[in-house]
Design a binder for this molecule. Structure first.
Ligand code: ARG
Length: 492
C-alpha cells in the first residue's frame, strides 16, 4: 500500500514536470512505433518514466536535418525512390515550420523527439514516412542529433567567451593606470594595475575558448549509418550523410559511434572550467563591491535590493553565477557517473546524457551574459583602490631591493626591512611616511633616492618582467590579448 502510494505520487510529480516542460501528457492506450512485438502497451507510469521528450525536444532541428540527409542518401543509393525521398524532405520541412510556429503537438507517448517527428511525418505523408527509418536506428540517430547540437552550441559559447574577453580588455584599457592592492593569502602583497588583474581573467577565458573549440572538434564526426550497433546490410553512404550534415569525418567503429559520449563530457568540462573562472571573478566583484572594499560600484541594472532593508544593494547576479558553478560541476560528475561501467553498445542509461549537457550549456551561456554585462557597466573607484594600495606595507620588497642595490645580501636586507615594518606598524604609519632619518636608524645604506623607490606607482612601474604589472608590460600584454582574440575569431 505504502509503495503504491509512493509510486502514484512519483507519477504525479513526473506528470507535473512534463506539463511544466510544455509536453502534452496523454491518457490514451497509445501504441508505440515499435509496438509489433508487444501484446500490451507500456504501463502508463513507465511511459512517462521512459520518455525523454521533455528534454530532447530541443533537438528537433538537428533531428530533421539528420533525417533529411538520411532520406536523400537512401534515394541516391537506390534504397528509397526519389519520390519517397522528396515526400520525406518536404514533409519534414512542413514539420519544422509547425514547430517554429508553435503548431506542433509534442506528445509524451511518443517517448522522444525522434519518434515524435517520425509519427507526425507518417501521419502527414503515409508510407513514405514509414520508410524513413530504413537502415537507421534511434541509436545512431540520437548520437547524430546530439553531436550536431553540441557542435553548434560550443561555437555559440565560444563566441560568448570571445565577447567576455573583449569586454575584459575594454575595461582594462579604459582603466589602464588604475592601481589596486594585489593579494596573496587575502593579505595585501604588492600593488598591481587593475588592467593587469582583469587581463588575468581574459587569459583564463582564452583557455576556455580553446577547450570549447576542442569540444566542438570532438563532436565533429558522424555516427550516422552505425545503425543500432553493428552497421547495416543496406548500401549506406556514410560519407555522404556526414558531409551533408557538415561533419568532417565518419566515426570508424559502429559500436563506438552509438555509445561514445566523450564529446558531451568535453563540452561539459569546457563549461565547467569557464564557470569556475566566472565564479572566481564573481567572488572578486562581490568582494570589491562591499562597503569595506568599495573598489567598484555595480550598475543598478546588475544589482538587486532587499525586501526588508531599504538601504541594500546586493550583487545577486554575481552570487548566482558563483552558485551556478556548482551545478555545472554536478553536470560533469553526473555524466561521468552515467558512463562509468556501461558496456557496449547503446544502453538506455545514455538517455540521461542530455539533461546535464543542456543544463551546462544553458548555465554557462546565461552566466557569460550576466558577467559580461556586469563588467561593461560597473564603475571603477580608482581613488579608493589607490588609497587601499598605500596601506599594507606593499613597498617592503622594493625597500629591501634598494638595499640589495647598495651591495647588501638579500637575506640581510629582508631582515632590516622586516624591522622597519615592525616599527611603522607600531607607529601606525605607511612606509612612505617614514623620514630618511628614521630609515637610516635601521641601515646607513639608505639615501634620499629611496623615497622615489617606495612610491606605490614607482613600485608598479618597476615590475617590468614579461607578464609583469608595469604599465609597459601590461601594454605589451594587452596587445597580445587583442592579437589572440583576432586569431581566435578566425577559428569560428
Ligand atoms: N531517447 C533515446 C536517448 O535519448 C533515444 C535512443 C533510444 N534507443 C533505444 N534503443 N531505446 O538515448
Amino acid at each position: 500500500m505504502h509503495r503504491a502510494n509512493a509510486l502514484t505520487s512519483g507519477i504525479a510529480l513526473a506528470r507535473r514536470y512534463n506539463r511544466e516542460k510544455a509536453v502534452h501528457v496523454a491518457d490514451n492506450d497509445h501504441i508505440p512505433l515499435w509496438g509489433g512485438r508487444f501484446e500490451k502497451t507500456p504501463a502508463a507510469a513507465l511511459q512517462e518514466f521512459g520518455a525523454s521528450l521533455p528534454v530532447d525536444k530541443r533537438l528537433w532541428a538537428q533531428d530533421i536535418a539528420g533525417s533529411q540527409a538520411h532520406a536523400r542518401m537512401l534515394a541516391a543509393q537506390g534504397v528509397l525512390s526519389q519520390q519517397d525521398a522528396e515526400l520525406i524532405v518536404t514533409g519534414l520541412d512542413t514539420i519544422a515550420k509547425q514547430i517554429t510556429d508553435g503548431d506542433f503537438d509534442f506528445d509524451i507517448v511518443d517517448e522522444d523527439i525522434h519518434m515524435s517527428i517520425e509519427r507526425a511525418l507518417t501521419e502527414a505523408i503515409g508510407d513514405a514516412g514509414r520508410r524513413l527509418h530504413t537502415g537507421r536506428s534511434r541509436n545512431d540517430q540520437v548520437a547524430t542529433d546530439a553531436r550536431l547540437y553540441c557542435k553548434q552550441q560550443s561555437i555559440a559559447l565560444a563566441r560568448q567567451l570571445l565577447k567576455a574577453r573583449q569586454t575584459l580588455i575594454a575595461v582594462a584599457e579604459a582603466n589602464c593606470s588604475v592601481i589596486l592592492p594585489g593579494y596573496t593569502h587575502m593579505q595585501k602583497a604588492q600593488p598591481v594595475l587593475f588592467s593587469h588583474h582583469l587581463l588575468a581573467y581574459s587569459w583564463m577565458l582564452a583557455r576556455d575558448f580553446r577547450r570549447m573549440i576542442a569540444a566542438r572538434d570532438a563532436a565533429d564526426n558522424s555516427p550516422l549509418g552505425a545503425a543500432a550497433l553493428a552497421g547495416t546490410s543496406y548500401p549506406l553512404d556514410r560519407q555522404r550523410t556526414a558531409s551533408e550534415l557538415g561533419f568532417s569525418s565518419v566515426i570508424p567503429n559502429s559500436l563506438d559511434a552509438v555509445s561514445d559520449r566523450d564529446f558531451m563530457l568535453d563540452l561539459i568540462y569546457a563549461c565547467t572550467t569557464a564557470m569556475i573562472h566566472l565564479s572566481r571573478l564573481s567572488e572578486e566583484l562581490i568582494l570589491w563591491s562591499t562597503e569595506e572594499f568599495g573598489f567598484i560600484t555595480l550598475d543598478d541594472t546588475y544589482a538587486t535590493g532587499s525586501s526588508i532593508m531599504p538601504q541594500k544593494k546586493n550583487p545577486d547576479f554575481a552570487e548566482l553565477v558563483r552558485g551556478k558553478a556548482g551545478r555545472v560541476v554536478g553536470d560533469l560528475v553526473g555524466l561521468l557517473t552515467v558512463l562509468k561501467g556501461l558496456p557496449l553498445a547503446y544502453n538506455k542509461d545514455l538517455q540521461e546524457d542530455k539533461e546535464g549537457t543542456f543544463d551546462a550549456i544553458d548555465t554557462l551561456s546565461a552566466s557569460l551574459a550576466a558577467i559580461t554585462g556586469m563588467l561593461a557597466t560597473l564603475r571603477v573607484n580608482a581613488d579608493t583602490m589607490l588609497q587601499a594600495a598605500q596601506g599594507g606595507f606593499m613597498a617592503a620588497t622594493d625597500l629591501a631591493d634598494f638595499l640589495v642595490g647598495t651591495g647588501m645580501p638579500f637575506r640581510e636586507a629582508h631582515e632590516v626591512v622586516g624591522r622597519i615594518v615592525l616599527y611603522a606598524e607600531k607607529k601606525q604609519c605607511a612606509l612612505q611616511e617614514l623620514s630618511l632619518a628614521e630609515l637610516s636608524e635601521f641601515s646607513t645604506a639608505f639615501d634620499a633616492a629611496v623615497m622615489d623607490v617606495i612610491d606605490i606607482a614607482a613600485v608598479v612601474a618597476r615590475r617590468t618582467t614579461e607578464g609583469g604589472t608595469s604599465p609597459a608590460s601590461v601594454e605589451v600584454q594587452l596587445a597580445e590579448a587583442r592579437k589572440l582574440i583576432e586569431a581566435d575569431e578566425r577559428m569560428l
